[in-house]
Structure formats: C-alpha cells, structure tokens
Design a protein around this ligand. Sequence first.
Ligand code: ATP
Ligand code: MG
Length: 316
Amino acid sequence: MTDTLHAMIISKKKLAKARVLVVGDVMLDRYWYGAVDRISPEAPVPIVRITREEERNGGAANVAYNVVTLGAQSSLLTVVGDDEASHKLEALVAGTGIRTHFGRDADLKTTVKLRVIGRQQQLLRLDFENTPKTEVLASQSAAFIHLLPEHDAVLFSDYGKGGLAHVSDMIARARAAGKPILIDPKGSDFSRYKNASVITPNRVELQQVIGPWLDESDLQAKCHNLREQLGLDAVLLTRSEEGMTLFDAQGQLHVSAQAREVFDVTGAGDTVIATMAAMVAAGMSLRNALPLANRAGGLVVGKFGTATVSYEELFA
Ligand SMILES: Nc1ncnc2c1ncn2[C@@H]1O[C@H](COP(=O)(O)OP(=O)(O)OP(=O)(O)O)[C@@H](O)[C@H]1O
Ligand SMILES: [Mg+2]
C-alpha cells in the first residue's frame, strides 16, 4: 500500500463553478436542551424542562451542505412530508445556498431525529419516519432528468429510508449523460447501484455485502470482484481511524487517517463523499480527490456535532 499525501490544489474559482446534484434521504436533526430538576410522579423518569432548541441538516441535506461549505454549488432533490419539520428543513437548507427541489408527499412523515439532552447528556432519542409513496418518487425521477444537464456530478446519499427506490433508473440516466456518479450506499443489496462511478461504504456497510475479510489481500480481491460485478469504476472503503482505500482498475490506493484530535466521528462519511463529489465535479480524478476527501474527514472529526469543512481549512 502506498500513501500519496501530496494533495492537489484546486482554485477557489474553479471549485465555485462545480455543480453537484445531491439526491437522497434527508432528515432533520433536532436537539432539545433542558434542565432536569426532578423525577416524574408518573413514572421513574426525569422531567426535562426545555430551554433551548437547535436544528441541523441531516442525511442528504448534510451532504449537500458539505458541498456548499467547500465552495462548490449544490442542488438537493428529495421527497419529504408536508409537515412542520419539512418546512423547517427546507428553510434551513435554502438558507445555506443549496437549491432545494423538495417533492412533498402529504402522507409522509418527514424523517426527524429528536434528541433530548439534559445535564450535558443525551437522555432519549425519538425517531419519526416512514417510507415515501411510489407516485411521489416517480415525479422525483422526472425532476432528476430535468436537473441532470445543469450539473457536473451526481451524488446519491442513501440512508435506507426509501427515498432512492428509483436509484437504478437515475444511475442509467446519469451514465448516459456522461456524469460521474458517487453513491454512499446502505443495505445488503448493492446491485441497485450497478454502473455507478464509485460507491463509498464504511467497513460495516461493505462487510454486509462481501462478508468479512481475512487480510488486506483478501479484501483487495473481494473489492475487485464487487467492482467488476457491479460495473463500477471504483470502490472507496472508508475505514474510520484507518483512513480510506480506493480500489480501482489500476489497483488500490490507500491514505492513512489524518485527524489530530477526534471529538465526534458522526457525519465524517458525509463530508468524505461531499468532498469527493465536489472535486470530481470540478474535473479532478478519483485518485487525486482521495487525499483531499481524507483530509476533510480528518478535519470534521475534530469538531463537535455533524460539521462541515471550508475551502480555507481544506487547503490550509
Ligand atoms: N477516529 C478517526 N480518526 C481519524 N480519522 C477518522 C476517524 N473517523 C473517521 N475518520 C475520517 O473520516 C473518514 C470517514 O469515516 P468513517 O469511515 O467512519 O465513515 P462513516 O462510518 O460513513 O461515518 P458516518 O456514517 O458517521 O458519517 C475516514 O475515512 C477518515 O478519513
Ligand atoms: Mg456513512
């Protein structure tokens, strides 16, 4: 394995022209902070008196947010409900400069992850979600065809919530249009990602599909098989504290993890694929984008909460 840590530099001006179309499952990350003064008389649970509320872009919305904070352009195509959370999320997303294309399904509950935090600790997480209807997803495919020519790369952020039921059709369209296709996969069936340019599973996600590997050479053989079976240009395995490895037709390229301090690893995968997509949209090869994505991942784990990386930080 060779480490190529000579990260390429790309001008801010060039990156500003790169347009990434992000498609996938969005969610609203909600945090309710409060004071805990007593135990409930109704059940042996603490009573939290909410004093502060915070909302953040989650899932594909966080991925798109990572694209724009780097200084590239991003559009976000997704299906949400017609509830309070969906309007909150759309306003939040639009406020970051992302172009929103939100399909609304009145029967759908927008995915919300609500954390209740008291005395500096998470006491409870409440998840609201359900699967979008096929008719609304079909209209999403029509919107996709319309948006495709205005973008330089397509990024599918699959959080397994059902918003990417038509991903195979969209991949075929994008491929026919010659656009690079990057996918953050979920689940045990990767055949739906056939003919994408690159998929970016983490260790657990990859293991669910190819099974456990004995050593590096076994992993290498298994990744090359997967790549060939699925007709992918590359498999990018993100390996948390072990960095990441790109498996492509030339062989493989590994970069070691770069974090100086690790505070919060959540969302690192989002930052990695967003960085890859922004760089590829600007014309960079996957191999050249790899050290930059790794650097971005290393920077973001040094921040609290799901976070993003700026152009200045990345090229500092
Ligand atoms: N503990 C860590 N130390 C250093 N770098 C890290 C660490 N965790 C993550 N990274 C960086 O972030 C990249 C992506 O992390 P990881 O493989 O955990 O993705 P992930 O599981 O998809 O993350 P998530 O789903 O939480 O967003 C790694 O390849 C590495 O560059
Ligand atoms: Mg991930």
